[in-house]
Design a protein around this ligand. Structure first.
Ligand SMILES: Cc1cc2nc3c(=O)[nH]c(=O)nc-3n(C[C@H](O)[C@H](O)[C@H](O)COP(=O)(O)OP(=O)(O)OC[C@H]3O[C@@H](n4cnc5c(N)ncnc54)[C@H](O)[C@@H]3O)c2cc1C
Length: 409
């Protein structure tokens, strides 16, 4: 029997494994896939990933800086529904020649394999099992058991980082898909897309005909691009939007995009996947288990970013796991402190992003903010500071912010 079984070796699971490297516990990490494996994603790694690694494992951060399969990105280019673009750098003062970029874009095939290898390198003694698909998970008084139908793995504690279709979320926490707090998205890789920002800004397009959906184009190393389209599942059902067909239509016909895709080639197929959003709180632990990352529905409802929060929750779950072994207490009651710690760290931001997500329902307000910001450098600076400071970002959810914009102050 293991002390800890980590189910899923994506960013959440691998981070938990790194955070448990010096715990002295008997830890196993299992995944249904064999690495390197793909994961449908926009592939954007925000400053959260960098900060987490800086704190948890500076050595891994240095490895990431040296990792060739990534592209540094210095900001976001927003396209309002009327087509006007607004550039918002991630940092106010920046020197791309002298410092590392605040964010990166790296195919998940590469980045997840990088982190998976880091977990194995840093956590000497970690048992790793690939090709094991957990199908059934049961908790009894002394242990938790995960079975793939043939083989059964047992542990004192389960850290479930098994993604958006988590068996632990369903079978142990009773979490089901809630279309008001869930998005669906498709992603395609293209080569030959032109006219990116010179500092490789990621691009978010709020296209008039596809609202409340959002379209993205993220540059990748070697001239490739990650292109995608997402929408809240509730709206997708209501509008009966075909995401795959619309993605192809946008790149072929949209006036602001078609010339950039003139010589572009689709690489492989257009793939889809779900995003369990963190716009409502759930119970994410119970007797002998904690949920991590997408299994715990922690994706940012505005940006769709989930890698950073998966890694943060992996680290916090590891800390709470060690407390369980120190006290000998694996009860749901004791593990409530895990839920509290997660939401203490992430809820203010998730809640704010939920409010900002609703802004997309007011296209003229969006157009207005972009127009004002383009004409006023103080507003642009404020938007940049919003990436650096959550308190400043809160301004965006206050009516007074828009009132000041209207009055030109
Ligand atoms: C289209 C799309 C675009 C996105 N864009 C971005 C973006 O640009 N930036 C960003 O930060 N986030 C983005 N996200 C969200 C991001 O992909 C997730 O939040 C992130 O992958 C969560 O990490 P995780 O470790 O929780 O889960 P995952 O990365 O999904 O890892 C789960 C792991 O568990 C394994 N697994 C699953 N089930 C089982 C099982 N039963 N038994 C054993 N193993 C199992 C899987 O093989 C996988 O390796 C996007 C999501 C989608 C769908």
């Amino acid at each position: 029997m293991y002390d800890i079984l980590i189910l899923g070796a994506g960013p959440g699971g691998a981070t938990a494994a790194i955070a448990l490297a010096t715990s002295g516990l008997k830890v196993a990490m299992v995944d249904k896939a064999t690495f390197p494996r793909d994961k449908v994603c926009g592939d954007a790694l925000s400053g959260k990933v960098v900060s987490l690694l800086k704190y948890l494992s500076p050595e891994s951060l240095q490895q990431l800086y040296d990792f060739p399969e990534k592209l540094g990105s210095w900001g976001i280019r927003f396209f309002a529904p009327n087509g006007e673009a607004l550039d918002v750098p991630f940092k106010s003062a920046r020197n791309p020649q002298m410092e590392h970029a605040p964010g990166f874009i790296s195919r998940r095939m590469d980045f997840d394999d990088f982190l998976f290898k880091e977990a194995k390198r840093q956590h000497v003694g970690l048992e790793v099992l690939e090709g094991f698909q957990g199908k059934k998970v049961v908790v009894d008084t002394n242990k938790v058991m995960v079975s793939d139908g043939q083989k059964e793995l047992t542990a004192k504690l389960l850290l479930a980082a098994d993604g958006a279709h988590s068996i632990a979320a369903k079978q142990l926490a009773g979490i089901t898909m809630d279309r008001a707090h869930h998005s669906a998205a498709v992603r395609a890789y293209y080569t030959g897309v032109t006219d990116f920002h010179e500092e490789d800004f990621i691009e978010l397009h709020f296209l008039k005909d596809l609202l409340p959906g959002y379209f993205w184009v993220f540059p990748l190393p070697n001239g490739s691009a990650n292109v995608g389209l997402g929408m809240l599942s509730k709206d997708l059902r209501r509008t009966k939007t075909d995401l795959r067909a619309n993605l192809q239509k946008v790149v072929a016909t949209h006036p602001a995009l078609k010339h950039r895709f003139k010589d572009a080639q689709l690489e492989g197929v257009i793939s889809g996947f779900g995003l369990p959003l963190g716009s409502k709180k759930r119970e994410i632990s119970g007797d002998r288990f904690m949920l991590i990352g997408d299994a715990a529905s922690l994706i940012d409802p505005f940006s769709g970013e989930g890698i950073g929060n998966a890694m943060i929750s992996g680290r916090i779950a590891a800390q709470h796991a060690m407390k369980c072994f120190e006290t000998g207490d694996f009860s749901a009651e004791f593990l409530k402190t895990y839920d509290e710690a997660i939401y203490k760290k992430l809820w203010a931001e998730l809640n704010l992003s939920h409010k900002m997500q609703r802004l997309v329902n007011f296209p003229s307000l969006f157009n207005f903010v972009v127009r004002r910001a383009n004409r006023n450098s103080a507003i642009r600076d404020l938007l940049t500071m919003m990436f650096e400071e959550l308190d400043i970002r809160k301004e965006l959810s206050k009516p007074s912010f828009y009132w000041r914009l209207i009055r030109g102050r």
